[in-house]
Write a protein that binds this ligand. Structure first.
Ligand code: CP
Ligand code: NVA
Length: 314
């Protein structure tokens, strides 16, 4: 088993920075922490530690799972909305990073630009965790991988199909799948395919892990023989003005029973949530027998506890 010292003090900005072995370690730790929690055991390796949680966008899961997680580990979480802190009034990211590094033991940040998270990390002396940007959502993918492993017993060799917008979730899932040797297919309308540079990175990683990465505009082709079907909202946070336009453009990309007839009979359905029933997925699917969305949401807690222990524990 890997030594925890490999993680201490590191940032978690994207899964690109973590090896297959390191991701496996985090998943194993998440599993152990989940078992401890379920057994009612107290485990407080972060006693006295404080995590700052900067939010420039809304959140239910990320906010509550991080705050509950650090509390269970013996520490405290501070909710810092950019509506209330000086960062939202133009104080620089670098000054904010230096000031907060003097008080806190780690920062989780949810914002628009990935480059802002990188800038924060480059000026901070404490771990910075990406709680979602326009480009990536790596914490969600840790929980997703944990969930898939719990349900399917393995990751390598499975096929994950993402249907919908080539957004932050699609990017992070593609990287996560490539790292773990899962095959990944994405179907999006042409103008919403994931960025070519990220697809290229995933394909490079896949050369080492043996996974197959496919990009298509055909949802049937993507879901064919898939073990895991994933979708996300058609208009992400920050894209509200495009909602009506996107509803039309994504109309043929709804995850519904007709599409899922092409998946494996024992497929699981996943969604990072929040979901819009009747848009990206029909209610019968997200609320049906194959859906694991609430197990997935719960695992945010366990996966992020593992991450915080790895990055922040003494
Ligand atoms: N999946 C997810 O990150 O949810 P929140 O936006 O509620 O944090
Ligand atoms: N793609 C969505 C994910 C929300 C968790 C968004 O960015 O709004």
């Amino acid at each position: 088993m890997m030594n925890n010292n490999k993680f201490k003090g590191r940032d978690f900005l994207t899964l690109l920075d973590y090896s297959t072995e390191e991701i496996s370690y985090l998943l194993q730790l998440a599993k152990e922490l989940k078992a401890k929690q379920k057994a009612g055991k107290t485990y407080q390796p972060l006693l006295g530690k404080v995590l700052g949680m900067i939010f420039e966008k809304s959140s239910t899961r990320t906010r509550v799972s991080f705050e509950t997680g650090i509390y269970q580990l013996g520490g405290t979480g501070l909710f810092l909305s950019t509506n209330d802190i000086q960062l939202g009034r133009g104080e620089t990211i670098s000054d904010t990073a230096k000031v907060l590094s003097g008080y806190l033991d780690g920062i989780m940040i949810r914002t628009y630009h990935q480059s802002d998270i990188e800038e924060l990390a480059s000026h901070a002396t404490i771990p910075i965790i990406n709680g979602l940007s326009d480009d990536f959502h790596p914490c969600q993918v840790l929980a997703d991988l944990q969930t898939i492993e719990e349900v399917k017993g393995t990751l390598a060799g499975l096929k994950l199909a993402f249907v919908g917008d080539g957004n932050n979730m699609a990017n992070s899932l593609m990287i996560g799948a490539a790292k773990m040797g899962m095959n990944f297919s994405i179907a999006s309308p042409k103008q919403y395919l994931p960025q070519a540079s990220i697809v290229e990175k995933a394909k490079q990683i896949a050369q080492d892990t043996g996974s197959i990465i496919k990009v298509t505009t055909d949802p049937v082709e993507a879901v064919k023989e898939a073990d895991v079907i994933y979708t996300d909202v058609w208009a992400s946070m920050g894209q509200e003005v495009e909602q009506a336009k996107r509803l039309k453009e994504f109309a043929n990309y709804q995850v519904n029973q007709q599409l899922l007839d092409h998946a494996k009979s024992d497929y699981i359905f996943m969604h990072c949530l929040p979901a819009h029933r009747g848009e990206e997925v029909t209610a019968d699917i997200i609320d049906g027998d194959h859906s694991v969305v609430f197990q997935e949401a719960e695992n945010r807690l366990h996966a992020q506890k593992a991450l915080m222990v790895a990055l922040m524990a003494d």
